[in-house]
Design a protein around this ligand. Structure first.
Ligand SMILES: [Zn+2]
Length: 404
């Protein structure tokens, strides 16, 4: 038979027939019977047959002892049964504890970014008991001074917090207690005249006594340091005289001021540029009748203007060729004399009696002048246009498309 000796090593021992090895009977034998068995073995010492050791008892002697100590045997058997029941219960509890835990992720899945330490768990309301029962040993450890910090997977923590009723109850109580303490702490600091920040929905508000719109107040932050804030408006004041107020958003205010300054600077720049253009246009404006458009064929003789009938002196007006035939094949032409203002007026499509000089001074392509004239603008307004500005060009193109 195989026997386990004192140091846990298993050895094979040959037990002769009619004998029982001590290891076979020790478990079921009560102490008194065991003493009697040993006494019997000592009496036989030195007279044992070959192959029999002092650790082997004759089966008939064991039977005699069992009969003699029957009560002790049955009592011992009951104790053994009770111990086994207790052991089984412990094992079942351990199995249940393991079943309540979320399975761990594969080895190497945990690091300091997806785990929580004992201190953090306790600050959430966990106790060592909850950690042992619901999480077991750490999922990973990281160096912490001379020791290693134990960490548990955040997903296992979250699962336990959402599923274990005992823990959920404990956390709820803990949170409520912490909230009460916080409320008391806040009330106490407000009573000493401090103004503090508090979250109101998604925004931070000032809470304190004597808050009025426009006032500058010293606000005590959670870490005890202070900062200065201006009150934009008071939201509410309770019966105890404690107000909630919105602080001025200095960042937004600074941004708005910068935007305003920027817009003003650009407006000033535009105004200056317009003034420069207008001055240049005024300086460029010729006195008297403007020159004729480039490439104009001049009249050679003194003649009345075809448009306004005023006298056009030689070389001072345009000679315009017009078709004068009776049908399409007729190549007959006629020459008309036009004064300088009438030439510009027809070129720019200006109404009769319009002063052409300011338009000529713009020095724009005729097509562009026609467009702004069609849009009903006067020369001063037109001069404010910067045709090199893409936005203006876009506008001009739009009118052109509408006219087409
Ligand atoms: Zn004329």
């Amino acid at each position: 038979m195989t026997v386990t000796v004192g140091n846990g090593v298993q050895v094979n021992i040959e037990v002769p027939s009619g004998y029982l090895h001590a290891s076979e009977v020790i478990d079921r034998t009560p102490d008194t019977a065991w003493t009697a068995l040993h006494a019997h073995a000592e009496r036989l010492e030195g007279t044992l047959p070959s192959g029999v050791s002092p650790k082997m008892f004759p089966a008939e002697v064991v039977a005699q002892i069992e009969a003699k100590f029957a009560d002790a045997y049955s009592e011992h058997a009951a104790t053994l049964a009770a111990e086994k029941t207790a052991r089984d219960a412990l094992e079942a509890a351990e199995a249940a504890r393991l079943a309540a835990q979320v399975p761990r992720l594969p080895e190497g899945s945990y690091n300091s970014s997806n785990t929580l330490g004992r201190g953090l768990l306790k600050s959430r309301g966990w106790t060592d008991g909850h950690i042992t029962r619901l999480l077991g040993g750490p999922d990973c450890t990281i160096p912490s001074g001379y020791e290693r910090q134990h960490l548990w997977g955040a997903e296992r923590v979250a699962y336990a917090e959402a599923n274990d009723t005992k823990l959920m109850k404990r956390l709820a109580t803990y949170r409520a207690k912490r909230a009460d303490e916080k409320t008391e702490r806040i009330a106490a600091s407000i009573d000493t005249g401090k103004v503090i920040f508090r979250k109101d929905g998604d925004t931070w508000v000032l809470v304190g006594r004597g808050l009025v719109a426009g006032a500058t107040v010293e606000v005590t932050k959670r870490d005890g340091t202070t900062t200065t804030k201006r009150v934009e408006r008071v939201l509410s004041t309770d019966a105890a005289g404690v107000s909630k107020a919105v602080p001025v958003d200095e960042v937004a205010e600074a941004r708005a001021a910068a935007r305003l300054a920027d817009a003003e600077a650009r407006a000033a720049e535009r105004a200056a540029a317009q003034e420069t253009r207008q001055r240049a246009a005024a300086e460029a404006r010729p006195t008297g009748s403007p020159a004729l458009p480039a490439g104009t064929r001049r009249n050679q003789r003194s003649s009345p203007c075809h448009g306004c009938h005023s006298t056009v002196h030689p070389d001072k007006g345009a000679l315009r060729q017009v078709w004068a035939g009776d049908d399409e094949d007729d190549e007959a032409v006629r020459w008309e004399v036009w004064c300088s203002p009438c030439t510009w007026r027809t070129l720019y499509r200006l109404p009769v009696n319009t002063d052409t000089a300011p338009w000529v001074a713009l020095n724009w392509p005729a097509a562009d002048v026609q467009l702004v004239v069609a849009a009903g603008l006067n020369p001063t307004e037109a001069a404010a246009f910067d045709l090199s500005d893409p936005a203006t060009r876009e506008w001009v193109e739009m009118i052109r498309a509408l006219r087409a």
